[in-house]
Design a protein around this ligand. Structure first.
Ligand code: 5GP
Length: 351
């Protein structure tokens, strides 16, 4: 008997999962957005000063998504709000049986909220520690610091220095991400990314999410990031250059793939024409992720369901996909082994 969508998703929910590409502010659910609006009103003491139109939280193209991010940023411009948002996002991933999460966020200085990039990071780390030591004890949560393409070199260097400092003093921050509106030129930031690698930090970069120039793609690949985000236009059948594709196959850098995000933001026409199967068919390392579960109203279980529906992944394939993705996390070999054990235990329990 064929299961309907919600029964399939309920079944997939039981699988232990790793989420490696989740932007904090894009992952805020409607429920949390409401709490953040209330907090904003409470803090301002004036109901009329802030008005976010909740129904606007359904986006339909890439510029629309970036408008939504700005709305969320208005909601998370104080330490209390960032703390609340981080705790809620972690709990929601945990409810979806995500047992390993690498959350990423762009540290923001907010003068209204009296935050510096560093204090922003401190609040997020505290929220991770508090949540994982109380309600989400079975879960491991790590943090990546994002550098927005639009940022100045000075701002990006500040982010990178915080990552460098924290990586030595805590195990919570495990690397740096390059993200932000993909149509913006990021060349001024390449020396910072090169420094990230030289400093021994893990690096993941959003690459070829829109048809960026072959030169930009090649330059990013040559920095040797440890993971890549999206890679929508990397494959030659999607307009990528043969030269970059050859380099990619040689480097085998794991690709973080976000199905719903790509379709809703219209960087990909449909699930059927998504690049997921092209990479899966050549045995390229890929990992399914949500990107922005709040903005795109998705869950990791739903992304797994879509992969089963459109690309024929069966129950065992989904477990293997999740199990294999442990290889691509930013962690020590010992941590990976511990997670693999946990995955096996959970799988035995489910069978
Ligand atoms: P934050 O870093 O503020 O916690 O999360 C939202 C930010 O993540 C956005 O402002 C944007 O810079 C980045 N982001 C979220 N989703 C995407 C995406 O699909 N593509 C790119 N390039 N950046 C994204």
């Amino acid at each position: 008997m064929e299961l309907d969508e919600s029964s399939c998703i309920a079944k997939i929910k039981k699988l232990p999962k790793t989420e490696l590409h989740a932007h904090l502010n894009g992952s805020i659910s409607q429920n949390t957005a409401k709490k953040l609006i209330d907090l904003k009103k409470l803090k301002s003491g004036d109901n009329s000063t802030f008005d976010l139109n909740i129904p606007k939280l359904a986006s339909n193209d890439l510029p629309g998504c970036f408008e939504l991010f700005s709305l969320f940023h208005e909601l998370t411009d104080s330490p209390e709000a960032i703390y609340l948002a981080t705790c809620d996002v972690i709990k929601e991933f945990y409810e979806d049986n995500v047992l390993y999460l690498e959350l990423r966020t762009t540290p923001k200085a907010s003068f209204a909220g009296h935050m510096t990039q560093k204090s922003y990071v401190e609040v997020v780390v505290k929220a991770i520690e508090d949540t994982c030591s109380t309600v989400c004890q079975k879960m491991t949560v790590k943090l990546l610091l994002s550098i927005d393409r639009k940022r100045s070199v000075t701002d990006a260097e500040e982010t990178m220095k915080i990552a460098e400092e924290y990586t030595t003093s805590t195990t919570k921050i495990v690397g740096v991400d390059l993200s932000g509106n993909p149509v913006c030129d990021a060349r001024h930031l390449f020396p910072v990314l090169e420094y990230v690698k030289k400093a021994g930090l893990n690096l993941t970069v959003h690459i070829s999410e829109v048809p960026n120039t072959f030169e930009e793609v090649e330059a990013l690949l040559k920095i040797h990031p440890d993971r890549l985000g999206h890679g929508t236009y990397l494959h030659p059948s999607k307009g990528g250059s043969e030269k970059n594709y050859d380099l990619l196959k040689q480097l085998k850098i794991p690709l973080e793939v976000c199905l719903t995000s790509n379709v809703i933001s219209k960087t990909v026409e449909s699930y059927e024409s998504h690049h997921f199967p092209l990479f899966r068919d050549i045995g390229y390392p890929i990992v399914l992720c949500t990107d922005d579960k709040g903005v795109f109203d998705t869950t990791l279980s739903k992304e797994y369901y879509l992969a089963s529906k459109y690309y024929g992944l069966m129950e065992d394939d989904l477990f293997n996909h999740s199990f294999n993705s442990i290889n691509y996390i930013f962690a020590t070999e010992q941590e990976k082994c511990q997670l693999q054990e946990l995955w096996k235990q959970q799988n035995n329990k489910n069978n």
